[in-house]
Design a protein around this ligand. Structure first.
Ligand SMILES: NC(=O)c1ccc[n+]([C@@H]2O[C@H](COP(=O)([O-])OP(=O)(O)OC[C@H]3O[C@@H](n4cnc5c(N)ncnc54)[C@H](O)[C@@H]3O)[C@@H](O)[C@H]2O)c1
Length: 400
């Protein structure tokens, strides 16, 4: 069965996802970077990207093929992407400080009408999964869904994050068309927001979020677990990233940077049980680094007999493929949950794939532990064809 995917924000990650997916489907490349490769009940080939929304005038009304050519000029871009169109989305000033010529639907109509237009775009192509990949946004806590409804009704275009407008559109879609997965791969607070998760349950939406965990933060979380399990006392953690893509440029804005720092730093106290002094945030933009960011990490800790040890790691990581590969599984696992009529948000899915896993009380745990929780969830849902070799579980235990 086909899983029909709509993208919001046709930037580096969304374009890498679209291109990589088509190349895997054509048998051109192996599915490296996709954790569950051919082990899930849904195949990678079942995924079809059917629509995209953006607000950049350079992308709106172009095909994914044309957009992909700009990002990967030397690659042979799959022709199949030429049938997928980038439609105009809702801007709500999300890129106002960036060198992007942006216009949203709300520049031509009321916010209510703009949201209805998004719903009708999705309805035409029957989306099952929506992935929010817009520029990082800082969101103020929402106290109720009613508050969001009122802001939209009053056309408060200067006082609303775009993510919330898209979530509202998802709720309308789920209420009137069919259940939906809403993946919030950015640091905006959705899966961690109780009011939005309650609305998701009522409307038959599964929210996966918040903020995809792809680069240095999952590795740091695994190292912290390693130290915690051995009762080594962490004295300090430094983890910084410097990159040259648009996401890094956008993170030079202090409000956005705080949003990212919040999701990245949640691992420290959650895993160690104490708040070791730390500095974990994106720290710089150097255009020539492009998508391949430079990450440096330093962890100092006290070992037996008061010995002081240090871990020092330097990495160059391709930023966008790291998240795009995970999204291939988020799409399939989200659809499995939807097939089982599970709405709201599911911690074992979020804990592995997301930096700041919902629901509100969901702690950040190491990815090694989260992986086992996820396998357990998948086995209970009869969604694995085979148990990966890194699992502590066996199929027999679940009597397939
Ligand atoms: N490894 C990673 O790259 C990674 C990891 C975790 C989270 N993320 C998050 O994913 C998001 C996307 O990252 P990216 O590197 O692709 O960024 P990008 O800047 O390349 O792409 C963002 C895209 O969103 C579009 N956009 C902005 N506001 C929009 C709106 N209101 N409606 C529709 N489109 C809008 C922009 O025009 C752009 O095309 C960021 O929020 C980032 O924090 C990325």
């Amino acid at each position: 069965m086909v899983i029909r995917v709509g993208l919001i924000g046709q930037g580096f990650v969304a374009t890498t996802l679209a291109v990589g997916l088509e190349r895997i489907k054509r048998g051109e490349i192996p599915p490296y970077g996709v954790p569950f490769q051919d082990l899930l009940s849904y195949r990678i080939n079942d995924i079809e990207i059917v629509i995209s929304h953006d607000i950049d005038e350079e992308k709106v009304d172009k095909s994914l093929y044309e957009v992909a050519k700009k990002y990967f000029s030397t690659l042979d871009i799959p022709e199949s992407l030429s049938t997928i169109r980038v439609c105009r989305g809702i801007h709500l000033s999300s890129v106002k400080d960036l060198p992007i010529r942006a216009r949203g639907l709300e520049d031509f109509m009321s916010l209510e009408r703009a949201i209805e237009k998004i719903v009708s775009d999705w309805e035409k192509v029957h989306v099952d999964v929506i992935i929010n990949l817009i520029t990082t946004e800082h969101t103020k806590p929402l106290t109720s869904f009613k508050e969001l409804e009122t802001k939209i009704h009053n056309n408060e275009v200067n006082n609303l994050p775009a993510t919330y407008a898209y979530f509202y559109a998802a709720a309308l879609y789920a209420n009137t068309v069919k259940p939906l997965v809403f993946v919030n791969a950015i640091p905006a607070i959705v899966a961690k927001n109780t009011a939005l998760v309650s609305k998701a349950i009522e409307s038959r939406i599964l929210v996966v979020g918040d903020d995809g965990a792809s680069g240095a933060t999952p590795l740091t979380s695994d190292l912290l677990e390693h130290l915690a399990e051995r009762n080594r006392y962490v004295r300090s953690i430094v983890q910084f990233n410097i990159g040259g893509n648009m996401d890094f440029l956008s993170l030079m804005n202090p409000t956005r940077n705080i949003a990212k720092e919040t999701t990245k730093s949640s691992i420290v106290e959650d895993i160690l049980g104490y708040n070791a002094p730390h500095f974990i945030k994106p720290t710089g933009y150097v255009e020539t680094l492009g998508d391949k960011k430079f990450v440096s990490m330093h962890i100092e800790y006290i070992s037996f007999n008061e010995a002081i040890d240090e871990i020092v790691i330097n990495m160059r990581i391709n930023d966008s493929p790291a998240l795009a590969g995970l999204l291939v599984d988020v799409i399939r696992i989200g659809k499995i949950a939807l097939d089982n009529e599970e709405y709201g948000t599911i911690y074992p899915i979020n804990a592995f794939f997301m930096k700041n896993p919902g629901p509100r009380e969901g702690k950040s745990i190491s990815r090694i532990v989260a992986y086992q929780l996820l396998i357990d969830w998948l086995l209970k849902h009869r969604a694995l064809k085979k148990v990966p070799r890194y699992s502590v579980y066996t199929l027999e235990k679940f009597e397939y």
